[in-house]
Design a protein around this ligand. Structure first.
Ligand SMILES: Nc1ncnc2c1ncn2[C@@H]1O[C@H](COP(=O)(O)OP(=O)(O)O[C@H]2O[C@H](CO)[C@@H](O)[C@H](O)[C@H]2O)[C@@H](O)[C@H]1O
Length: 477
């Protein structure tokens, strides 16, 4: 199949979170499955500064209201993957992808409405007629709407798939600021009483098929509590909504080959993991004690990741003989609390406010436990990386975390981690205490759990097979 993969981030080029990991690994897996996949994303400043690409057509123009958008199409090769870039400096030649590190760019809705329109337009200019146009999250959720109303007929036989990586981000914005949507009366009819429209709703109501990034998140989207206030839309589309579990990119996340680690390791010889722990403790200034359990966490600092109930128990946690390391960037108020706490407990707790791929890899390898107590988690990738690195995940039973981690009490012989249920501090604290006790009291069982974790596999090949099935369903619709 010919697939146009329209996405706002691609790991290796530009990344703010898990969307980028999927933006790289899934098209590669689909290509390996035999599909002709072309990825298209904005030509951000960060890409222009670091990577070679070349312009492949004359300057193109799009019109919306009285505005003209003159843009260029560029192309590059990313490890055998064909990548097109939409070059429009007024929107993309700036520091930051979505934010200036603190605040979202106010013109994000217009930027991504333009990108969605330009991605489809560019494909017609290039002459690539895809059977499937696969878009992701709110940034490209207008693509299915524009496809259905394409006046040229170029996409008449094409079908659209919208993947929901994070349904909480929907982009609600005044229609007035989004010129590309002005011509459509049906959109004007959807304005709420503040004059705003919702990109994600438009995507869900117009895509031929929709999928969540795990089966359980697919189920949650169809519940009032888990739908992020889009229960009506997800229920309306329930027969076209499914869940496909993300994979783990083992070419990037394998402790036996990971070049970011001071020493590699595998299930037959775990001594390298001890060196990684030592290197991690040394890198962040924690006492170099190999016997104390080290809990690690790396994530975007947002409420989604469970800080609402993690922050209140940090003090209680420090009464135990453990170490905790958190690496992340995001919400300034969470940063402030973490910095404050780190000053109080320098021997036990370190907070690094940074985005570092190297440190993320070292943390995955050097920690004993990986903490992921999310309020909601569409799939989650770090728990998969943790399993691969023999770093036992501690997760809440939501979304993809529930689909990928087996709790010790639930199934002692198959357990790969610790799972708690309620979104509250005491449930989390109990779970963390359970994990610390297990580490100290049952070292042999801890090792056995590490081995089981490292043998657990969630491959992109499986995901690509499932997406192929979804594409086939879309083409039949
Ligand atoms: N400070 C930092 N330094 C270095 N690396 C950092 C970092 N902060 C985060 N990362 C990296 O970003 C990625 C985070 O991926 P996740 O899937 O866990 O979360 P995210 O919420 O961004 O993704 C959303 O999309 C993905 C993809 O579908 C879903 O799995 C997920 O549930 C959904 O919320 C990992 O590769 C992680 O290592």
């Amino acid at each position: 199949m010919e697939v146009l993969f329209v996405v706002s981030e691609v790991e290796g080029l530009v990344k703010t979170g898990g969307l980028a990991d999927v933006g790289r690994a899934l098209p590669v897996a689909l290509k390996n499955f035999g599909h002709d996949v072309r990825v298209i994303l904005p030509y951000y400043k960060a890409i222009a500064e670091k990577f070679e690409s070349h312009q492949i057509s004359d300057t193109q123009v799009l019109y919306a209201n009285d505005r003209h958008y003159h843009y260029n199409i560029r192309q590059m090769d990313l490890d055998g993957l064909c990548v097109y870039l939409i070059d429009f400096p007024p929107f993309f030649d700036r520091d930051g992808i979505y934010t200036d590190s603190y605040h979202a760019f106010p013109d994000n809705p217009e930027r991504y409405a333009f990108f969605s329109m330009a991605a489809l337009h560019a494909s017609t200019c290039i002459g690539f007629k895809p059977q499937i146009v696969h878009c992701h999250d709110w940034h490209t959720a207008l693509v299915p709407f524009f496809m259905r109303r394409d006046p040229t007929g170029f996409y008449a036989q094409s079908r659209s798939v919208l993947t929901v990586h994070n349904g909480a981000y929907q982009c609600q914005h005044p229609l007035h600021d989004i010129p590309f949507l002005h011509p459509y009366e049906e959109i004007a009819a959807q304005k709420d009483n503040m004059g705003a429209i919702n990109f994600m709703k438009i995507g869900v109501m117009n895509a031929d098929k929709i999928n969540a990034v795990s089966p359980h998140y697919g189920y949650e989207l169809k519940t009032p509590l888990g739908s992020h206030h889009m229960y009506h839309e997800y229920m309306t589309r329930q027969h076209d909504l499914t869940g496909i579990l993300n994979g783990c990119d083992y070419s990037q996340w394998d402790p036996a080959t990971d070049p970011e680690l001071p020493e590699n390791y595998h299930t037959d010889d775990m001594s390298g993991k001890v060196s990684c722990k030592q290197a991690l403790q040394s890198a962040v200034g924690l006492p170099q004690n190999p016997d104390i359990p080290l809990f690690g966490m790396v994530c975007r600092l947002t409420e989604q990741k469970g800080f609402g109930y993690l922050l209140p128990i940090l003090g209680h946690l420090m009464q135990h003989n453990i170490q905790l390391l958190i690496i992340g960037t995001g919400d300034p108020s969470i940063c402030e609390e973490l910095h404050h706490f780190a000053h109080q407990e320098p021997e036990k707790f370190v907070f690094r406010e940074e985005f570092s791929n190297h440190m993320a890899h070292l943390l995955e390898a050097g920690s004993d436990y990986f903490l992921m107590p999310s309020l909601f988690e569409p799939c989650g990738l770090n728990q998969m990386y943790s399993l691969a690195y023999g770093t036992i995940p501690i997760v809440r039973a939501v979304g993809g975390l529930r689909d990928t981690v087996i709790d010790l009490e639930e199934s002692p012989d198959q357990a790969t981690g610790f799972v708690f249920h309620s979104a509250d501090s005491s449930a989390l604290l109990n779970c963390l205490r359970r994990a610390a006790l297990f580490y100290y009291e049952y070292p042999q069982q801890f090792k056995a759990m590490q081995h089981r974790a490292m043998h657990t596999k969630f491959t992109w090949e499986d995901a690509a097979r499932n997406y192929t099935g979804l594409y086939e369903d879309a083409l039949r619709s």
